[in-house]
Write a protein that binds this ligand. Structure first.
Ligand code: FAD
Ligand code: FES
Ligand code: FES
Length: 1334
């Protein structure tokens, strides 16, 4: 075969030759399916999550250097890898050989929970260490900017990083001349004397050293190949696509001449997502490979010329070097570019994406193009016809054909001129999240003054994000030429620009008023920035900035990450081998880190396996007029398409319908299931299914729509206590209000996955599925297949995150997949893509509440009347139960003497919402806390004071008349106050706010009372099965699902204590309906509680049986005892059972005992807000929790902080967006932002209250899975505090209404000022908004 047609690269030191390469194949599926390297995970497929990170190494024969860089395998076409060496997580270490220090440390620092993100994290850290064996913490944080984790809250991952960083040490710089560790500066939590408490969760001493000489070397064959092989264009032909890789410039130009429409693919970070998500197809792709002219770096007397093929990461390094070497006045454009290059995407994308690709893509939100345009850059183009230069200006950016590349032209390089003395360039951007998020609005601004005269000679301002392309405020700038740099100029500039860069009310992307405000807020920042420099350059001539304006230009507080933890040591008398109470590493931690942990889709293909994908409704409420399957069925590989007609009488279970019948009730509803030989074939066919709809009225999307149409799921729920009407008559004041709380996407990193395997005998069927409820799946599958449950076995080894989202919808999909498998007698796999998952599965219920609060002037709340509404979506799912839990938990930490709360689950035309960590509590308690804050404002008291006044005191009664002892609640509150140095920092915040006009700080503390229990005895039963084998080893199974919370680790701890057996002797394989039947859903914070009691019971049964044997031979081993038991015919297997906590609730009477116990806590957070952009930074959080006797402090701290960060996301950045037609826009990490590593508080202090009382729970522990979510609202209220400070200073005294999440948009628009007053506003009803608030 012609060697040009062979693709050759190395993976983990092994040569791979692909003879029939399909150019459409990306590296991720190739690794996972072709090479069976399943450590690299699929999380989003679009470069946004980092789960697929690998290291790519390439040798450059010219510089003789090897470049190692992190890349997203999901966007890397395998054809682009000729001659490259790929390293995956399997290649750096394994439990079979030797684990790599990165793998070891991330596991031992407890940086893995569900473990799905871990291989990506490992590879990002590993790649950095290959390039910088002793990185700074900044470099490490930057390296992880493109990796998302939904479980850990990142703190333990940062801890892992710190172990590699030599430079780490508290703030790493003496800010204001004092180190942050100096006593008193930050009100450090003081660790208790003696050995009662502990602050370490791992011991660094046992870590393997990092030895760079042990790493895989770059394959010498590839080096020789690069040096010796004559450069020759490589062409790969697939069924539909041809890939051309020219290796010389001449060949590149020829290829482009021959295929002028073919894109030049460099990083594929623009073309790739377009092809994947927007359905664009290119039959020919040209991918230049190592063409030196595209990688030039030339310095001339006018500026820098950078090759179009350089990656953005390389550009960043080159510019960083230039600003060090050149005089400051020449590098202003470079400084501005660097500012954006630090936050643009994540490290993987910056290393893949090219400068040329970025420029030529001309995305409307490109960060660099506005700057390159204002910096007067020029583009050097080349084609077979010759060279030419064009300016990178607004015409080019608006894709005006007269200023564009010709189809045959290539961008070779870019000239970026030096700036001059009186020239100033600035970069601005505001995104939903500080890093790895496309800008909502960005801008490049440049002004050139006459020599020392302060008169504008040139001015250019460009904006991204505000139109279909980058927009220039050219005419406004023209009109300002000749003006001095003054406030009058600024005022005129704002007015002119608002007129020129106008944005219609219905503009795509929404946030219209925010965008308008940013346009001029950025301008104001630029004005101040330039004024400050002018003042420095010519102090006599220019006015100083007012002192309280200076911080407007400073970056938000960014000190180095620092955390402290404090938990109780075990009793010194506890035996050393007893693991209860010790910070044991997650049982699968190392396997997560080596990629050996197997998730559902990592299971190898079964013989003749099929793939199933869904066709979902594109309409929110419509009749299905017809479904035409003919074209889809005719496609190659398609085996079947199932519709409701095929399902007939098994098309529903409980309240759910499997496939839509003649009417659809939401976008994303399952309509058909396409089954084909391969995933690609199934997905292609799904696109060809033609459904004709006829819209039906009414279309109900929002809660307000539902109220208007009286569209509720029955029944209404009510909780009443005291005499509310009477109380309202005696109170001093009454406030009434409303609040909206947005929904939340689960964003488990592993999307919904299942594999159903018919066994071919006795109708048996195995279901491998990522679920929290195998028993439910078993029931549903058995019922739709019409077989007894004993024929259906459901197995779950582990789940890559679930958070409540892997129960109901999972069972619908599993049922359909099982039907397909049963019908065809073949195994069927179904794995959702991220976009499908987000579209189909719903999430946390959005809430809307109306409240009326009656209170005394001293802050005592005497009467609270509330109405809760949640947006349930189109089917009942768990929405009513969410309402019930919301009502039962809405009192949070407060005793309201007179209370009435009513709740409704609204039926709307959205995908059904469901359980999500906290289950109604995070929404209900936020409503109550908002009331508290309003009362405080009315009474002129601090919210903390009002919280304290109304808090439960010791022995008390809840509104449903359950007794509580709230002693530990006040203890947590007091400790949190003390540890956070609340009053000192309150004063510091006030001082800061008095001194700074455009930046404000906020501080808030919230208490937590989280009731734990599932509301019925039956729902809390649990079972376990423990076997002891004759070699003395034990196998434990129980009904709980391992979804990252470490339940299996805790269960082994329990077995180890009870059997007095080392943990290493106990094994746990996973959960299966075959071993433990009739299990309850894993959720509600109680999985370890309940199953632990069952495991304990089983172990005790065994021990009791074996006691006579053990006492005969107390020095014997488990092997001896097991053999002796066998010899005496004593069973070595036992089941354990826990009946469940006593609980009940009578809704008629509004009374009951629904919960077993309460988790108490408190959190204090401090933030800094940029009033001009709406940006905020979490400066510090202190959390104190009462967790009882922690079974495993490492896992428990992990649950608290992971939940806290998830809550912070809920209340501050996570925002679902729906079109007015009910279509979800936010279908991946690029549109929906969960907290990333940049979002976590710079300082985080977590401490557990010393355990005080023994209880009926497992070793007196408490379940912690959900409670911490709510504590995230301390950040919400800290922001609110900062915003109110800004409003007060601006003389705005009216009530402050803030909905959740408090996004940059809401923060900015609440900080009303002259700029928000200046923007045009659209009359409601005069336009169709881009999105609706559901
Ligand atoms: C997850 C993610 C996050 C992102 N975040 C940001 C962000 O925060 N800010 C931001 O500004 N951008 C962001 N981007 C966009 C990113 O900057 C661009 O996708 C990237 O710069 C494009 O470069 P590329 O080499 O991958 O282009 P490719 O996809 O390889 O090519 C893009 C286009 O450029 C053309 N082209 C490439 N090179 C040449 C050449 N030499 N001559 C002529 N035509 C050429 C191609 O024909 C093609 O049309 C993000 C992208 C992703 C996937
Ligand atoms: S799967 Fe590749 S970045 Fe998410
Ligand atoms: S551990 Fe990071 S996503 Fe679960």
């Amino acid at each position: 075969m012609d060697p040009a047609l062979e693709l050759l690269f190395y993976v983990n030191g092994r040569k791979v030759i692909e003879k029939n390469v399909n150019p459409e194949t990306m590296l991720l599926p190739y690794l996972r399916k072709n090479l069976r390297l399943t450590g690299t995970k699929y999380g989003c497929g679009g470069g946004g999550c980092g789960a697929c990170t690998v290291m790519i190494s390439q040798y450059d024969p010219i510089t003789k250097r090897i470049r190692h860089y992190p890349a997203n395998a999901c966007l890397t076409p395998i054809c682009s890898l000729y001659g490259a060496a790929i390293t995956t997580v399997e290649g750096i270490g394994s439990t079979k050989t030797r684990i790599h220090p990165v793998q070891e440390r991330i596991a031992k620092c407890h940086g893995t929970q569900c473990g799905f993100c871990t291989p990506g994290m490992v590879m990002s850290i590993y790649t950095l260490l290959r390039n910088h064996p002793e990185p700074t913490l900044d470099q490490l944080m930057e390296a992880l900017g493109g990796n998302l984790c939904r479980c850990t809250g990142y703190r333990p991952i940062i801890d892992t990083c710190k172990t590699f960083s030599k430079t780490f040490g508290c703030c790493q710089g003496k800010e204001n001349g004092t180190c942050c560790l100096d006593q008193g500066i930050n009100g450090l939590p003081e660790l208790e004397e003696g050995n009662k408490t502990n602050s370490k969760l791992f011991s660094e001493e046992e870590f393997l050293p990092l030895d760079p000489t042990q790493e895989l070397i770059f394959p010498p064959e590839l080096m020789i190949m690069a040096e010796k092989q004559p450069p020759k264009t490589r062409v790969f032909h697939g069924d539909r696509m041809t890939w051309i890789s020219p290796v010389t410039l001449k060949e590149l130009l020829e290829a482009k001449f021959k295929y002028p429409q073919a894109p030049i693919v460099m990083g594929n970070t623009s073309v790739g997502p377009e092809m994947k998500f927007k359905g664009v197809f290119h039959p020919v792709i040209i991918s230049p490979d190592r063409i030196k002219e595209l990688n030039i770096v030339n310095h001339s007397c006018n500026g820098l010329t950078l090759g179009a093929g350089l990656s953005l990461a390389q550009v960043k390094d080159i510019l960083a070097d230039m600003v060090q070497k050149l005089p400051e006045e020449n590098t202003k454009t470079y400084h501005a570019l660097l500012k954006h290059l630090r936050t643009l995407a994540g490290s993987q994308i910056r290393n893949m994406a090219s400068l040329g690709g970025h420029i030529v893509s001309r995305h409307l939100d490109s960060d660099l193009n506005p700057l390159l345009a204002v910096g007067n850059c020029t583009l050097n183009l080349l084609s077979k016809e010759g060279k030419r230069q064009i300016p990178l200006n607004e015409k080019f950016l608006s894709k005006d054909p007269s200023a564009d590349l010709k189809p045959q032209e290539i961008l070779i390089s870019v000239n970026i001129p030096y700036s001059s003395k009186w020239e100033f360039v600035s970069a601005f951007r505001q995104a939903q999240r500080q890093q790895n998020a496309l800008a909502i609005v960005n801008s490049g601004m440049r002004v050139l003054f006459g020599e020392g005269d302060g008169i504008i000679r040139e001015l250019s301002i460009l904006y991204g994000g505000v139109g279909p392309t980058i927009i220039s405020a050219k005419n406004s700038c023209q009109k300002l030429i000749g003006r001095p740099w003054s406030e009058e100029m600024l005022d005129t500039a704002c007015r002119l620009i608002l007129e020129e860069v106008s944005l219609p009310g219905s503009a795509p992307g929404g946030k219209v008023e925010f965008k308008r405000t940013l346009i001029i807020s950025f301008l104001f920042k630029f004005y101040l920035e330039v004024l400050q420099i002018l003042k420095r350059m010519d102090p006599g001539h220019y006015p100083s900035l007012a002192n309280n304006y200076e911080s407007a230009l400073e970056d938000l507080h960014s000190r180095h990450h620092w955390s402290t933890l404090q938990y109780q040591n075990v009793d010194p008398k506890q035996l050393p081998r007893d693991p209860i109470g010790r910070p044991i590493m997650h049982l699968s931690g190392i396997k997560h880190a080596t990629g050996e942990a197997i998730y559902c889709d990592d299971m190898p293909a079964v013989d003749r396996e099929l793939f199933l994908t869904f066709v979902t409704s594109s309409r929110a409420h419509a009749k299905i007029v017809s479904i035409d399957l003919s074209e889809a069925l005719s496609l190659p590989g398609v085996v079947d398409i199932m519709t409701a007609d095929h399902l007939q009488d098994v098309n529903s279970f409980s309240t759910e319908t499997l496939l839509a019948t003649d009417e659809v009730f939401c976008v994303g509803q399952l309509v058909c299931a396409v089954i084909a030989d391969t995933e690609i074939q199934a997905r292609r066919a799904a696109k060809q299914v033609k459904i004709v709809y006829q819209d039906v009225e009414p279309l109900i999307l929002t809660i307000e729509d539902a109220i208007r149409h009286n569209s509720f799921f029955k029944p209404e729920r009510k909780l009443e206590y005291g005499n509310i009407d009477k109380a309202f008559k005696v109170v001093d004041q009454i406030v009434e209000g409303e609040i909206h709380i947005g929904g939340q996407e689960h964003f488990y990193m592993e999307t919904q996955s299942m594999l159903v395997v018919p066994k071919g005998e006795d109708q048996e069927i195995d279901v491998y599925v990522s679920t929290q409820s195998p028993k439910y799946i078993q029931d549903v599958v058995a019922s739709v297949l019409k077989v007894p449950a004993n024929k259906v076995m459901c197995h779950v080894r582990r789940v890559g995150g679930a958070f409540g989202g892997k129960v109901l919808k999972t069972s619908t999909m599993a049922a359909i997949t099982a039907l397909a498998a049963s019908k065809h007698g073949r195994a069927v796999r179904c794995v959702l893509e991220r976009g499908e998952d987000m579209l189909i599965t719903g999430g946390r219920n959005p809430y809307f509440a109306k409240y009326k609060v009656g209170f005394m002037n001293d802050g005592r709340i005497l009467a609270l009347d509330m109405e809760h509404y949640n947006n349930g979506g189109s089917s009942l799912d768990e929405s009513l139960w969410v309402i019930e839990m919301g009502l039962l938990k809405m009192d949070n930490a407060y005793k309201f003497a007179n209370l009435r709360c009513r709740g409704w689950a609204c039926r709307t035309n959205l995908p059904s919402n469901t359980a999500l960590r906290g289950f109604g509590f995070p929404q209900a308690a936020l409503i109550t806390e908002s009331c508290i804050v309003e009362v405080a404002a009315k009474c002129g008291l601090s919210p903390e004071k009002v919280r304290m006044i109304n808090m439960y005191k010791e022995i008390d009664q809840t509104p449903y008349k359950q007794e509580i002892n709230a002693k530990n609640l006040s203890q947590c509150w007091k400790e949190c106050m003390a540890k956070s140095s609340f009053s000192v920092r309150r004063a510091a915040v006030e001082k800061f706010n008095a001194e700074n006009y455009w930046k404000k700080k906020g501080l808030a503390m919230v208490p937590l009372k989280y009731p734990v229990g599932v509301g019925s005895v039956a729902f809390a039963q649990a079972a376990a099965l423990v076997h002891i084998y004759l070699d003395g080893s034990a196998l434990v199974t129980h009904g709980g699902i391992e979804m990252g919370q470490g339940v299996h680790t805790k269960m082994i701890q329990v077995a180890s204590r009870e059997l007095r057996m080392p943990m290493s002797n106990v094994h746990l394989r996973g959960t299966s309906t075959e071993t433990v039947p009739n299990t309850n859903i894993s959720g509600g914070s109680v999985v370890a509680d309940l199953n632990g009691l069952a495991v304990k019971d089983a172990c005790q049964t065994l021990l009791k049986r074996l006691e006579p044997i053990i006492s005969k031979n107390p020095q014997g081993t488990w092997k001896d005892w097991a053999q002796a038991a066998f010899d005496e015919s004593i069973s070595l297997s036992a089941i354990g059972f826990f009946r469940g906590y006593e609980s009940h609730m009578n809704w008629e009477k509004g009374e009951g005992h629904p919960f077993e116990y309460f988790v108490y806590g408190a959190a204090c957070s401090e933030v800094e807000v940029d009033c001009l952009t709406g940006d905020h930074k979490n400066i510090r959080t202190d959390i104190v929790m009462d967790v009882g006797y922690s079974i495993n402090p490492a896992l428990d701290i992990g649950q608290v902080e992971g939940a806290f960060i998830q809550g912070m996301g809920l209340y501050t950045i996570e925002e679902l967006k729906y079109s007015p037609q009910g279509v979800l826009y936010t279908r991946g990490p690029n549109q929906y932002k969960i907290p990333a590593i940049c979002d976590i508080p710079t300082e985080l202090h977590i401490s557990f209250l010393p355990p005080s009382e023994k209880s009926n729970t497992l070793y007196s522990s408490k379940g912690l899975g959900e409670s911490g979510v709510f504590l995230g609202c301390s950040v919400f209220f800290a922001i609110r505090d900062a915003v109110s400070a800004a409003r007060q200073e601006r003389g705005l005294s009216g009530p402050l209404k803030l909905n959740s999440p408090l996004t940059p948009e809401r923060i900015r628009m609440a900080c009303e000022d002259k700029f928000t007053k200046m923007i045009p506003r659209d009359e409601p009803g005069s336009f169709v908004p881009w999105n609706v608030h559901i």
